[in-house]
Design a protein. Structure first.
Lengths: 145, 259
């Protein structure tokens, strides 16, 4: 459900860029999604493809990339990826799981910027950590004419 | 034409939500502990009880206290048009605490801006007459993000206590608002006095109106009393009836509606 809402928001944002730049046609849309969001990529691409129609968007080439989550601890310099993070996310209290029509999601599915609330360094336990690259959904490249 | 600036959709989506909102009132101070969240909650509850479609957004990322005031708890629910705000009667409320629960939120720098835009964008506010935004202490990322995101639709209501140390910080916020061209709704003097029987006492010192206005650089709109019952009862119960606090908040709301 969240994927559909985000797809609509992304297309709105693309159309707003098109209007701002006085363009008439979108040629390429590249979207990056942070792995931390645990997005259903297929559902997202399907939702986008339904929305890509009409003279402005109809011939746009779409590319959606999942960016690997790499965390670095600012305290002890340890780095780690999503596998170790998943273990920590399984410990998110039940009371914080967000109810969707088709199941439950961790808060980071909606607000990945909150990663340091739920993820900590597997070695020293610090929350002073950094997530390299994008944590959320971004329009990485947009080519219009 | 090629654009490669890694745009987040969230700011556009947040502005789309704002299109459905009549006016935004930012409640801030710069100083901590002056009662911003109490004033925000009280204004929101009062507007809502008067039949105005009202939302309350808590962007005090590191110390969200709106859910405590209003006794609202996670979990959130997601629907067709985004995340459903928590409801208290007809009042719609969103806070970072509904995501983080009792866990700390150690977020840095620009991530805060992204977080606030996403929080605004994700929430299915629907059509609102008023959105009250509870700001955190300080004049950093959250405040600048709020000024930028809500520009053209917002007014800033300042909150201070009778302390001259508070005046100093609040005056800095007043100057910053002027630089950023955010209109002021005035200043609230919170914890101004206490009612003992029918007599007003001034436990934090009596403040001269013109001195306060001069020191801060804003018009005093209301004096709000210190109300110890806030710590003992549910906030919405304290606000009911005809207490000094209730009257002060009604006056404040009336002034906000006139402007």
């Amino acid at each position: 459900m969240h994927e559909l809402t985000i797809a609509q928001n992304v297309i709105d944002s693309v159309l707003s860029e098109v209007e701002k730049n006085g363009a008439t046609k979108v040629l390429v849309i590249e979207i990056s999604i942070g792995e931390l969001m645990q997005f259903d990529k297929d559902a997202f691409v399907y939702s986008l493809s339904i929305l890509l129609n009409g003279p402005v968007l109809g011939s746009a080439k779409l590319e959606v990339k999942i960016e690997n989550a790499v965390f670095v601890c600012r305290k002890c310099s340890r780095s780690w990826g999503m596998d170790e993070t998943r273990k920590q996310l399984r410990q998110v209290e039940n009371g914080l799981l967000i109810k969707e029509p088709d199941g439950m999601e961790v808060p980071l599915h909606f607000l990945p910027q909150l990663y340091s609330t739920f993820v900590h360094c597997p070695d020293c336990g610090s929350s002073d950590i950094l997530l390299k690259d994008s944590e959320s959904v971004r329009i990485a490249k947009l080519i219009v004419e | 034409m090629k654009m490669e600036h890694r745009t987040s959709y969230a700011v556009d989506a947040a502005r789309k939500r704002l299109d459905q909102i009549g006016a935004v009132i930012l409640v801030g101070s710069g100083k901590g502990g002056v009662g911003k969240s109490m004033i925000s909650s009280a204004i929101a509850l009062t507007l809502s009880s008067q039949g105005r479609r009202t939302g309350l957004l808590d962007i005090d990322l590191h110390g969200a206290s709106i859910p405590e005031y209003l006794d609202l708890k996670p979990p959130l629910r997601s629907g067709e048009n985004g995340l459903e705000p928590k409801r208290l009667g007809k009042l719609r409320v969103m806070s970072i605490a509904f995501f983080a629960g009792d866990n700390p939120v150690p977020v840095r720098g620009v991530e805060k801006e992204d977080l606030i835009a996403h929080l605004m964008a994700l929430t299915n506010w629907g059509e609102l007459d008023y959105l009250i935004v509870d700001l955190p202490p300080g004049m950093g990322d959250e405040l600048l993000s709020a000024f930028s995101l809500f520009a053209h639709k917002c007014r800033l209501l300042l909150v201070t206590t009778p302390s001259k140390y508070s005046f100093n910080v609040v005056s800095l916020m007043c100057k910053l608002a002027a630089r950023e061209r955010v209109p002021l709704a005035g200043v609230v003097l919170n914890m101004s006095y206490m009612l003992i029987g029918r007599r007003r006492t001034y436990p934090l010192g009596r403040v001269d109106r013109s001195l306060l206005e001069k020191a801060i650089g804003a018009r005093l709109v209301t004096e709000v009393p210190l109300e110890p019952r806030i710590n003992q009862r549910r906030f919405q119960e304290v606000l009911k009836g005809n207490s000094e606090l209730t009257k002060a908040i009604r006056d404040l709301t009336k002034t906000l509606l006139k402007a």
